[in-house]
Design a protein around this ligand. Structure first.
Ligand SMILES: Cc1cc2nc3c(=O)[nH]c(=O)nc-3n(C[C@H](O)[C@H](O)[C@H](O)COP(=O)(O)OP(=O)(O)OC[C@H]3O[C@@H](n4cnc5c(N)ncnc54)[C@H](O)[C@@H]3O)c2cc1C
Length: 425
């Protein structure tokens, strides 16, 4: 009987397990997770800290008992895999235990970047990725008298953290080395609108300046910016991006004849198989095809991790599935606003920006091709639009039939914008 190991039990690991069982795999599945809780949705951490959902709400697929009842597997919780012996397809645990497998999926995700920035014990310094990060921040906010905070990182995680702190009546400064909000997703015009909206609410933004060092004391924390400004606050939250968890296969090229290729993430083919047959990777730990550039890159999106996990699971079950690739895309809901960004905002082209009472609609177009779309407002149809935009940028038909066109118009999308989107095919 075949024996499979899944390392990491987040979105990608869960979808792989589910796809294997749903596609008739009858062998053993061993899941290794360095945490004790069920697969978590990191996007829900800020909702838990804000008190909008209970602790269990961060685990969208249910309890471990329910999961293994539905998709049988042997769970090794609180068990970190420290290395893979790629030549022998062997998993090596932190206590040096070794276990052989016929096939292995690496679904170890990513961790929040948390540079060592200087003095202090770290009690006033936070990141936001895991359920434990959320518990730690919530505990401080519930038990301490926090009145001021600095948040570093003006993107999807940072803005959600700003929102939850602001809603608790805490005065917040948001900083970023990048000169604009959502630097990887926002055009200049939309970024400026988001920034002005935050400032109107009383949130101070300091963009274009990095963090040089941090000094932490019992009573507070000083953040030194590279432009010379020093910010004093009760706490500091670093939302500076993520790093793929690839250490368990790093340096295999040095010590093994058969390396798992790693760039910034583990490199996998369209079947999610790494450079070693029988070893697969999915989710934030691996690079995926960016269909806009044709290159592989870290993608870091929930839907992408789910799809890569599903594809890997089907292939591990001896089925045949391929991952088509993804686009940089972002839907962030903060305060009462939805921001939708699809495509690369730095690709040059002609900018078209429309405003109406429902929001802002912007796109970049060059020689009949759309390279980036930003929406900012309160959208009933943001999911539908995002899907259409993904198809347009990928050069596919957005399937704007009369029904869909009508729905989009009724939800406030300007007709000129829709014509540009549909007419540029
Ligand atoms: C605050 C926040 C907001 C976000 N907002 C959005 C959003 O709006 N839209 C969007 O698309 N995406 C968003 N994301 C990103 C999204 O959550 C991730 O892309 C997705 O969760 C990745 O899933 P994964 O399974 O690859 O990794 P993870 O969820 O990181 O799971 C990997 C698991 O593997 C475990 N693990 C790691 N190393 C080992 C090891 N050596 N041994 C055993 N276990 C190990 C980890 O502990 C973890 O449980 C957000 C993320 C955060 C933090």
């Amino acid at each position: 009987m075949k024996k499979t190991a899944i390392i990491g039990f987040g979105c990608a690991g869960y979808h792989a397990l589910r796809a294997m069982r749903e596609n008739g795999y009858e062998g053993e599945i061993h899941v290794y997770a360095d945490v004790s809780h069920p697969p978590a949705n990191p996007m829900l951490t800020t909702y838990y800290v804000a008190g909008r959902i209970p602790y269990e709400g961060m685990f969208p697929f249910g309890s471990l008992a329910d999961l293994v009842r539905e998709y049988p597997a042997t769970l090794h919780m609180d068990t970190a895999v420290s290395r893979l012996d790629t030549s022998n397809r062997r998993v090596i645990l932190s206590d040096k235990t070794k276990e052989d497998y016929d096939q292995i999926l690496i679904a170890t995700g990513a961790r929040a970047v948390s540079p060592a920035l200087g003095k202090g014990g770290g009690n006033r310094r936070f990141v936001m990725r895991t359920a434990q990060d959320a518990q730690r921040l919530k505990k401080l906010l519930d038990e301490d008298n926090v009145s001021s905070a600095v948040v570093v990182g003006a993107s999807m995680v940072g803005i959600k953290v700003v929102e939850l702190l602001y809603d608790r009546g805490i005065s917040v400064i948001l900083t970023d080395l990048a000169p604009r909000m959502f630097p990887l997703a926002c055009m200049e015009e939309t970024a400026q609108e988001i920034r002005l909206d935050l400032e109107r609410r009383g949130i101070v933004t300091m963009l274009g300046s990095g963090v040089d060092k941090v000094e932490e004391y019992e009573q507070g924390i000083f953040t030194y910016l590279t432009d010379g400004r020093v910010l004093e606050s009760d706490l500091l939250v670093l939302c500076m991006g993520t790093r793929a968890n690839v250490e368990l296969v790093a340096n295999t090229h040095i010590i093994r004849k058969e390396p798992v290729k790693v760039n910034r993430g583990i490199v996998a083919d369209t079947h999610m198989q790494t450079t070693i047959p029988g070893i697969y990777a999915a989710g934030d730990c691996c690079e995926g095809l960016n269909i806009q550039t044709g290159t592989t890159a870290l993608i870091g999106l929930w839907a992408n991790a789910a799809e890569q996990g599903r594809v890997a699971g089907i292939n591990l079950a001896d089925g045949s599935a391929a991952y088509d690739g993804s686009l940089p895309s972002n839907i962030t809901h903060y305060f009462d606003v939805d921001f939708v960004g699809v495509g690369d905002p730095d690709i040059p082209g002609q900018r078209h920006v429309f405003h109406n009472s429902t929001g802002t609609y912007a796109l970049t177009e060059q020689e009949g091709r759309i390279s980036c779309i930003n929406l900012l407002g309160s959208y009933r149809s943001s999911g539908m639009l995002r899907q259409a935009l993904m198809k347009i940028i990928a050069g596919k038909d957005p399937e704007f039939g009369p029904d869909r066109w009508g729905l989009l118009l009724a939800s406030g999308v300007p007709e000129e914008f829709l014509k540009l989107m549909g007419g540029l095919l």
